[in-house]
Design a protein around this ligand. Structure first.
Ligand SMILES: [Zn+2]
Length: 170
């Protein structure tokens, strides 16, 4: 068992040995997602299990943790829990992805070396929304109450006419 995922491994060797890697990774260690995530994102828990299925190198695993995104509309934090089950097949190039058994996603490893954190980063890039937004922003609620105030002001301005109408009837 290995606690760091910032290591480069040989997928074929790990598959033959049935290696299991379990550890945690901080989102700051993953440059492709670090910018999109807030400081308070927790470490990501990762388990990756290598095996061989006939001639195919398979990586099964789970990636879970609580991420913090920033809402594009109100700039407040959004809780973004992730719990990803992955089933990957290590392939040398894209041309082999068509012949993979169902349920396996391709991960291209051209030079026989695989950075474990790269697998995690791939999955997080896919899981993150293009644009993070609350279903209902807390700040939009404040906008609604502000427009209600405006309507009330207009009503006040209308009132003097009603007073005049009253004079005419007299
Ligand atoms: Zn928002």
């Amino acid at each position: 068992m290995n606690n760091t995922l910032q290591i480069e491994i040989d997928p074929l060797l790990c598959a033959e040995q049935g290696r299991i890697f379990e550890g945690q990774i901080n989102t700051k260690e993953m440059p492709r997602v670090a910018d999109e995530l807030g400081e308070s994102s927790s470490d990501i828990k990762v388990i990756l299990e290598f095996s061989r299925r006939n001639k195919i190198i398979v990586v099964m695993g789970r990636i879970s943790g609580n991420l913090m995104l920033q809402c594009a509309a109100c700039l407040e934090a959004i809780d973004f829990p992730v719990d990803i089950n992955l089933n990957l097949a290590i392939v040398k190039d894209d041309s082999l992805t068509a012949i993979l058994p169902e349920g396996l996603d391709p991960k291209v490893v051209e030079d026989g070396r695989l950075m474990l954190s790269d697998v995690v980063e791939d999955e997080l890039v896919l899981a993150l929304p293009d644009i993070a937004r609350h279903d209902k922003c807390p700040i939009e609620l404040r906008k609604v109450s502000a427009s209600t105030d405006f309507v009330e002001e207009v009503n006040v301005k209308v009132n003097p006419f009603k007073v005049l109408e009253g004079f005419k009837k007299d």
